[in-house]
Design a protein around this ligand. Structure first.
Ligand code: ADP
Ligand code: ZN
Ligand code: ZN
Length: 720
């Protein structure tokens, strides 16, 4: 049998299958092959009886990690998003399966053996002794983890001396097992029951619209329970790593070991273990951010996307895809229900619901007796006029003081982007910029460095202007740092936790900060977008939103929508328990309709106004925005490519119909990662989009600069 194999070699420029001789194995199988003189792993995506090549090398069968259903999904994604085989394949298999070794080889479990005088033997080997002591204390550890900790030399020493016992039991450890929430069985309200009934009996896509605390999560869990009773499995998607712990705890309490966690914060071994438990049917519910949509489950009964409007569901780097669309494809292929849940659905989702393409289910009331927190809008222009130059309005300052004296907690939210500060010379006006990107650097006081928020490059903090030598340099602070500082000046004893990109660079730091805060380790949590998500802090009674309009004046057609989503979400953090919550929103444009509707949590009102604007101005969901981004080492190469594609699009326009918009220009960020960037921007009716997108994909491949890249994105999340 001739197998068509995609070889997993990262440097391979060629995106096509290679023929190998092998047994008749199922499609989606993993094989060991030799490629360009190297051993590699490959995936069988096709089979045939003969090949055009006379002499074929042999492929050795390893296992079958990808099901036919997944393979079909993979192909659909490839076509829809113009992706390479290998990039999509990698979404479906844990990294351990991309090594040729047996993924379980490292899973040797070591315990301290019962040997007399072990201490004596190890007098001259302190590392080995430490490792042994660790084994005694912990009751055992995996070989790989122990070697990582104490070095392979020390561990092998112990093994040679017979001081450890080895077992190959592959007992997978459940990641974050310390996280299990309280089990709480509730009797569903009538609205919830009706929601569960519809989702489990009708077909298609369901939009579950309900404010925070309206009981959506309980609906999800009941739906999943029904599906499990029918012998089916479920996928539960949540926006971000920071949100996963809480929902994971709730799910574990309800479903125990049937839950598997899939996310990138796990190490490769843990990821493999969880993947395997799903694959083997030991676990039947996959929980995680967007990559969990690729979970190796069969008989999927339901896919749930919580906070469906969240932008993290769109992958913005290769492979680019929209999780919602992928989930739609997968659910349809499996005959599974797809549930999109949100308090502030995406414009398009709600439009689909009103047009009958989705089933709309609304949970109108909050479960508990307590209402949504009251929102006060503070006009910062007036504050300024009365001489208040601080970040805090009088109302917010008083509110914080009152909450603190009642021993209650406060959340202060600010929009990261609106606050990024730059470093400028006061004498000559020079601004510090990244060498590789055309963006100004941000000063980080904690580490005393300048950082590029675009590529992450770090620079020494400056004491002198490199242009004029002046020492009058304004080292701005990041927004969260500034807030913390002012807060401490106002309330000297206040205990503050900060959550932003700086404080959460470590894998477990989200988790630590949130835990700390919820157990009362601080009075105030200051943070960016990250804290807007679904955390539940019963003792928080005040939420302050600083500079609520900073996202509003971005030149992006979604800025009102995003602002509305953000304020609704952040406001939902206050008053989750028996204490009454309060939200103070500071803005320079208090009469903007976002705040008018936001103040009363009037999603429908906001949606009607906004959708009308989109229709009149011909923006999504009534059109598709396509951006072809060209990046090249040499400016001329970028220009040539951009021009060729632009001309081809002009030609397409003549052939078909006038585009809503067509333009080509430098990108707003003209350089990034050392490449010069140009773009062709288009807005097309959905019908024309379907017709032209294959051609656009073809053009990007045809004109791609030799040293650089060129790709097309649909409705990109950011246009920089
Ligand atoms: P959402 O996901 O919409 O924010 P949740 O499902 O988390 O809402 O519910 C909010 C709170 O109300 C949770 O503490 C949950 O346990 C509780 N709750 C939900 N449904 C019920 C119910 N039918 N009876 C009692 N409490 C409920
Ligand atoms: Zn200067
Ligand atoms: Zn940079």
């Amino acid at each position: 049998m001739v197998l068509e194999v995609i070889v997993d070699i990262s440097t391979a420029e060629i995106d096509r299958p290679f023929d190998y001789e092998g047994e008749d194995v199922p499609l989606g199988s993993r094989v060991a092959v030799s490629f360009a003189g190297r051993n590699a792993v490959g995936f069988v995506i096709g089979k045939k009886l003969s090949s055009d090549f006379p002499e074929l090398k042999r492929a050795k069968y390893l296992d079958t990690p990808i099901s036919e259903e997944q393979l079909a999904l993979m192909n659909a994604m490839r076509e829809k998003y113009n992706l390479r085989h290998i990039d999509v394949l990698r979404l479906f298999v844990p990294s351990k399966l991309r090594e040729e070794r047996d993924p379980e080889y490292k899973r040797i479990f070591l315990t301290a053996a019962e040997v007399e005088n072990a201490e004596e033997t190890l007098k001259r080997a302190p590392r080995q002794r430490e490792a042994l002591e660790y084994l005694l204390k912990s009751g055992g550890e995996y070989l790989s983890a122990l070697s990582e900790r104490f070095g392979a030399g020390a561990v092998n020493g112990l093994r040679e001396k017979g001081l450890v016992s080895e077992s190959s039991v592959h007992e997978s450890k459940v990641p974050l097992s310390e996280l299990s929430g309280r089990k709480k069985q509730v009797a569903l309200t009538e609205d919830q029951q009706e929601a569960v009934r519809r989702i489990t009996s009708e077909k298609g896509v369901f939009l579950l619209h309900g404010v925070t605390g309206s009981g959506k999560t309980e609906v999800y869990m009941s739906v999943i329970e029904r599906m499990l009773e029918r012998g089916k499995t479920a996928i539960m998607l949540v926006p971000e790593i920071a949100l996963t712990p809480q929902i994971l705890g709730i799910f574990r309490a309800r479903f125990g070991d049937l839950v598997a966690l899939m996310h990138s914060g796990l190490n490769a071994g843990e990821r493999y273990d969880e993947w395997k438990r799903l694959k083997d049917g030991e676990a039947r519910i996959a929980v995680g951010p967007r990559s969990a949509v690729f979970a190796p489950l069969s008989d999927i009964g339901v896919i749930i996307i919580d906070e469906e409007h969240d932008s993290s569901y769109v992958s913005e780097s290769n492979p680019r895809y929209d999780t919602k669309e992928v989930a739609k494809l997968r659910a349809a292929a499996c005959g599974a229900a797809l549930v999109l849940g949100s308090a502030t659905p995406a414009m398009e989702s709600y439009l689909n619901a009103t047009e009958g393409k989705y089933h709309l289910i609304s949970l109108k009331k909050r479960i508990a007796a307590y209402p949504l927190p009251e929102m006060e809008i503070v006009d910062m222009v007036t504050e300024f006029r009365y001489g208040n130059r601080s970040l805090f309005s009088a109302a917010l300052r008083d509110g914080i003081g009152a909450a603190l004296s009642r021993k209650e907690q406060v959340i202060l939210f600010l929009n990261r982007r609106g606050f990024a500060s730059f470093v400028m010379c006061k004498a000559c006006g020079w601004v510090a910029k990244c060498e590789d990107c055309d963006v100004s650097l941000t000063y980080h006081k904690g580490e005393n460095v300048l950082k590029c928020h675009c590529c992450g490059k770090r620079y020494h903090a400056l004491s002198k202007c490199p242009m004029c030598g002046s020492t009058e340099i304004k080292q701005g602070k990041t927004g969260t740092e500034k807030v913390e500082e002012e807060l401490k000046a106002l309330f000297p004893d206040v205990r503050v936790l900060r959550m932003d990109n700086d404080t959460t660079s470590r894998k477990d730091s989200y988790f630590r900060i949130l835990n700390d805060f919820s157990s009362g380790g601080a009075d105030v949590l200051v943070g960016t977008q990250m804290i807007a998500k679904g955390h539940d802090f019963p003792n928080v009674t005040l939420v302050g939103i600083l500079e609520a309009d900073s996202a509003l004046y971005f030149s992006d057609y979604r800025s009102s929508e995003r602002t509305f989503q953000l304020i609704t979400q952040v406001a939902g953090r206050a008053g989750r328990a028996d204490k009454k919550g309060r939200v103070i929103l500071q803005t320079y444009s208090p009469r903007h309709y976002v705040f008018r509707f936001g103040r009363t949590y009037d999603y429908e009102g906001f949606w009607r106004k906004e959708i009308n604007t989109r229709m009149v101005t011909k923006f999504p969901p009534f059109t598709k925005v396509v951006r072809v981004l060209v990046a090249a080492e040499e400016e001329q190469a970028a220009v040539d490519c951009t021009r060729s594609i632009y001309r081809a699009m002009l030609e397409a326009e003549r052939r078909t119909e006038k585009f809503v918009y067509l333009g080509a220009a430098r990108s707003p960020v003209t350089r990034m990662h050392g490449l010069t960037r140009y773009q062709v921007l288009m807005r097309l009716t959905p019908e024309l989009y379907e017709k032209l997108i294959p051609e656009i994909y073809r053009l990007t491949a045809e004109y791609k600069p030799k040293k650089g890249s060129c790709f097309a994105e649909t409705d990109p999340q950011s246009l920089i």
